[in-house]
Design a protein around this ligand. Structure first.
Ligand code: FAD
Length: 541
């Protein structure tokens, strides 16, 4: 029988493959051309083939035009996206891509000489920011992951001869060596039946203002598809160039437009986090891989020449090798989807990599496309929702990155004085008022938070903002703790005990590479942050 309680819950099921076109529909969408073979192109092609196996998916790329080739720090959402959405086997990923773990970002940033940790468990407040500020005058150590970062540990333990992992309670992300990751995706795409065309796109032939009829390649071929995904990187061959879509620059907030990258020996010391170090005209990332640390100085070419940037990087990190220059622009096109073209990746939008949002935003766009691409051009397309929704998300990152820059008091170079003076964070202003009025924001009453979230877009939520502003010691009236400090100290002591017995990252990675049970717990357990039921809840299954 059906219980009264069951009658108050959702049960009605809907068909999973509602987007399969009927055989006799002349306007059906059966073929998709993904133009570009960077991470955007491969993730898009794989997702389309995985979620809609009946589609004929072709990836077109030119080896003459190299991929951007950087982009290696990610966020915890990507763990779920790769394994649940794309169906990547974790053991295979560990074997072939050799990811390392990112528990958060260590910002060498703001007034504290030690900087501050921004972790993925920041929303937990497990130990407590107010207690940490009172005891240590810093937010460091306000969550378990931040203590793990400070001690260079990860929450995996050896008990007897058994591996015990707490990683299912502590969100983390992967660092992915770009060359190995793209090679892995390429292999996977071929295995899953994505067709591959090696050709240089020369020309896009339109049929009407917003419709691509076919594309022409430099070797004289004509390629025609029902739907096109523009993954051509900053060239934006379809959305930008052919369709002439307007561009909305973020240059008033994000002043950087260049990077110089290189590799540095780490002598086997594998840090479990990304580091972001303030530099004279920007900042440098440090992303550990098993073989070496990958570094990149992100700077503003208006404030520093390429030679000066290379010199500063080399002086700060002696021994760095293989320097390579990259140019970029921060901003988004007015629309991602027009007619029969959607742009995903840098061809649509990009922001500088301070919060490692590149792959995440590709994943969100891919998820969007696979959930709304119509079966047929007879059906209603949902371009407005997609264009507004994605646009708002990008704008939210802009403001979130803006507050990292605007309030960084670490250096007094011309660049940083200019940034503090001119960096536009206007979209964030309502939340700034609320923060100054009483912080941490996450401890304010839920009603005002709901109101505030409608008044200003956030990207990693209010906890992310607390972490960045409190970490940089941006003045605010602090809320009062309603517990004796001894309670905070007891939690801190318990966390310290967990940290003391935890493995180094190299040991923990070895455990995850050799013991499949640990990944199974992470991806299946009901109480895991990355478990299947959470994946289902956010539309990944
Ligand atoms: P690309 O890699 O540029 O690929 C473009 C593809 O299009 C290539 O295959 C090329 O051959 C093809 N193509 C172009 N024109 C033609 C043509 N005419 N004919 C045929 N093929 C063509 N992201 C993160 O998640 N974390 C990070 O830490 C991070 N750091 C970054 C640091 C920097 C400095 C930059 C610039 C980006 C960073 N990113 C990061 C973002 C990420 O690396 C890229 O944005 C992401 O890889 C998406 O690139 P893409 O696939 O859109 O473009």
């Amino acid at each position: 029988g059906v219980s009264p309680k069951a009658l108050t819950e959702h049960h009605e099921k809907v068909e999973g493959d509602r987007f399969r076109p009927s055989d006799d529909d002349p306007r059906a969408i059966r073929s998709v051309g993904v133009i570009g073979g960077g991470t955007a192109g491969y993730m898009t092609a794989l997702a389309l083939k995985t979620k809609r196996p009946w589609l004929d998916v072709t990836l077109v790329e030119s080896k003459e035009i190299p991929i951007i080739g950087v982009g290696e720090a990610t966020v915890s959402y990507m763990v779920m996206f790769m394994h649940h959405f794309l169906g990547i086997d974790p053991m295979e990923l560990y074997r072939k891509v050799e990811p390392t773990w990112k528990l958060g970002i260590k910002f060498d940033w703001g007034p504290d000489p030690d900087g501050f940790m921004a972790t993925f468990d920041w929303h937990h407040h497990s130990i407590g920011a107010l207690g940490a500020l009172e005891e240590d005058n810093t937010v460091n150590g306000f969550t378990v992951q931040s203590l793990m970062m400070m001690a260079d540990r990860a929450a995996v333990y050896k008990i007897g001869d058994k591996n015990v992992s707490l990683m299912k309670y502590l969100p983390f992300a992967y660092h992915l060596d770009n060359a190995r990751f793209v090679a892995f995706l390429t292999e996977l795409a071929a295995e899953r039946g994505v067709k591959h065309v090696e050709a240089r796109l020369e020309d896009v032939v339109l049929n009407g203002e917003e419709w691509v009829d076919h594309v022409r390649t430099s070797d004289g071929r004509q390629l025609s598809y029902d739907f096109y995904v523009d993954c051509t990187g900053f060239r934006s061959m379809l959305l930008g160039k052919a369709l002439g879509t307007g561009f909305h620059s973020y240059a008033d907030t994000l002043f950087t437009d260049s990077a110089v990258t290189g590799n540095l020996e780490h002598g086997g010391h594998l840090k479990p986090y990304t580091t972001a170090t303030t530099m004279n005209a920007g900042w440098t990332w440090n992303i550990p891989t098993p073989q070496s640390d990958h570094l990149g100085y992100v700077y503003a070419s208006g404030a520093l020449s390429d030679e000066e940037a290379a010199k500063e990087l080399t002086e700060k990190f002696p021994g760095i090798e293989g320097l390579r220059q990259v140019r970029f622009r921060s901003g988004r096109h007015d629309k991602a989807w027009r007619g029969n073209v959607m742009a995903i990746g840098n061809s649509y939008a990009f922001v500088e990599p301070l919060e490692s949002t590149g792959l995440l935003m590709i994943a969100l766009a891919v998820q969007t496309l696979t959930s709304v691409l119509p079966a047929s051009w007879e059906d209603q397309a949902v371009r407005e929702v997609v264009n507004r929704g994605l646009g708002q998300r990008w704008d939210a990152i802009r403001w979130f990155l803006g507050i990292h820059y605007k309030f960084n008091t670490r250096l007094d170079t011309e660049f940083w004085k200019d940034v503090r003076d001119r960096c536009d964070v206007s979209g964030f202003q309502p939340l700034m008022e609320l923060y100054q009025n009483g912080a941490p924001l996450t401890r304010r009453d839920p009603y005002i938070l709901d109101l505030a979230l409608g008044a200003a877009p956030t990207f990693f939520g209010l906890a992310g903002i607390d972490n960045i502003l409190l970490g940089q010691k941006v003045p605010a009236r602090l809320l009062k703790r309603a517990e004796p400090i001894e309670d905070w100290r007891a939690r801190r002591k318990a966390a310290d005990a967990l940290v003391a017995k935890a493995m180094t990252q190299a040991e923990a990675l070895h455990a995850f590479t050799t013991d499949p049970e640990l990944n199974t717990q992470l991806l299946n357990d009901f109480d895991s942050w990355a478990g299947r039921h959470i994946a289902g809840y956010i539309g990944m299954l």
